[in-house]
Write a protein that binds this ligand. Sequence first.
Ligand code: GLC
Length: 742
Amino acid sequence: MKRSKLVFIGIVMVLILTQACTQNKPNATNDLDRKVDSVLSLMTLEEKIGQMTLFTSDMDQTGAFIRKEYEEDIKSGRAGAIFNAYGVAYTRKLQEMAVNNTRLGIPLIFGYDVIHGHRTIFPVPLAEAASWDLTAIEEAARIAAIEASAEGLHWTFAPMCDISRDPRWGRIVEGAGEDVYLASEIARARVRGFQGEGIGSLNSVVACVKHYAAYGAPQAGRDYHSVDMSERTLRETFLPPYKAALDEGALTVMTSFNDLNGIPATASKYLMTEILRDEWGFEGFVVTDYTSIMELMFHGVAGDTLEASRLSIEAGVDMDMQAGFYQKALPQLVRNGKVSEELINTAVRRILKVKFMLGLFEDPFRFCSEEREKTLVMSADNLEAARDMARKSAVLLKNENNLLPLSKDLKTIAVIGPMADAQRDMIGSWSAAGDWTKSITLLTGIREAVSQSRIIHAMGCTTDGTDMKGFKEAVDAARQADVVVLALGENYWMSGEAASRADIGLPGVQQELADEILKTGKPIVVVLFTGRPLTINKLQQHAQSILLGWFPGTMGGSALADILFGDFNPSGRLPVTFPAHVGQVPNHYDMRNTGRPFDANNKYTSKYLDVPNEPLYEFGFGLGYTTFEWSELSVNQTSMSEQDSVKVSIQVTNSGLMTGTETVQLYIHDPVASVARPVKQLKKFMQLTLEPGQTGVAEFYINSLDLSFFRADMSFGTEKGNYMIMVGPSSNTIRSAKIELI
Ligand code: GLC
């Protein structure tokens, strides 16, 4: 029998003995801790540090370089975790290396960026946020977890909980937009989906809250750039979604690349210990982002490997992703007395605990089931769920004269533009193991939806090239058509990591193409594919209809065709403001009023000389194919105490001809407080799906927590006085009522 098997049996015997003799020890914590301590007691310093080391395999590349020796690292116990490796056969092979070659046979944990689906790819996270459908968002994460775990994965590096108010930043695509409340609720839903039936269930994966903290606010929207913000902004706007995900039970946290007010997150004891552990009580483990420990040297807070490693372990970082610095430096730091071995033990306990919770010590191969891999991945139900989410994520931005929905009896439809048949782009960035060759493009979706119509396809131009030779073919196609569907936008790689854009207009010569097509006078429906808000002012001005499809995932083309031809009434609402000009950025709905709020009749008020203050499309905006009538807002009482709550209700009637879903949004404003408060903040929302003629009632209960904020002295709580309650279908379309906190 292999040596390591004997050792493994030894571990089990130690566990049983330990269990027996500590059974009644008064200080014995719990069974899991006892098991972890039993294994820890057997480990050498190098074996402990191996557990704190995460390397990528060469199956996928999500960072600068790939270390080729990862299999040697596994066999030698120098790596206890591997990412970017998936598939039952491959993860089994690597797990066998760990279990059969290392002295103690401690199993590996496998992580991967399963961000918006594993094989079945859902719309990008920002698109999912536009659905405002927390049940569907949770279901999408649930399916991702089932598919990922069926392919041997234990851990996903998601949800990304970074608030972002800067569309120049490419990773805005990965989050849930600009709003604290919506992003927090979505973070919770995603953790519920990933960790589902509990860690240890075969259908669950460990969630990882990232990128902690405030990575979404880089200077000038430039990825990896410095972040500077007040304590109030940090705590009021950027921290809540991370906290919400942890409150939902997420077991790991990933440090962010950025410095926060000059201290790199990976070296920040304030973030990694004082807030995360001492204030929030987090007990899982912290992993860095890709080579972040090494990057402390570029930040300029560490002069060498030893210093960078010491800063990180002392800040509270448990696992080193891809730098290999812990592996190189920690043994020497401990032996020289520069770092206490107790810090190492604490980190290793946290990591081993998660591996025990996953059941990997009982059976390191429990996630390696060929049967599950064969039956659970890209099932018809999963694909239908992805199509449903893509329908719910799309946002109808304009629909002049109700051009949409299109008739299925149209004789000729021209489908023009670089995004019409862009199969790879459909699944967007961070699409993990998604197979883009299986994604449905808009062109395919339209062809399948109206097989009797004549479909003429012309690319016209590429997304970012300058060549206009294709314009003629495109204009000719338009001239032959009853309607033109113009598919424009960004490529998938123009958003995501290391993909900031200073100009957020349509790339290349797409606007010039649109101008030529507009000259034909044909009715034009623009379908926009993008991972960020774009300044599409000219399209808004001249195209009859605009449908925002984002990057809609594997089933995107089918879902968008469902909307174009009226098989689904679009219900998406913007989770992020679309600025009218990049010069307005940051331009978010919940700004403060300033001492000189804009007044068109007063020069000396807050505005620009050359562009409006208003965005192109506001947070919460979206149109549909039906109409809704709203009653006045009613409150059951006009004052409340701290212990009280006020019931707010409003009636919504579907006054149109199609069933539709309205997202009722409730905002709050505190007009006079010890600090200037945002002009409005989203605090509640709910969705009403109403048949034609049906009336629904949206009811909300406002309590003192909803009215609380960080006061002038940074204490968190309420202040007595008047509050405005505003309810409506968007942040700019509201009915209001006043209540008083007494
Ligand atoms: C990347 C990303 C992070 C990802 C990690 C592993 O650089 O910043 O979001 O989880 O590396 O791929």
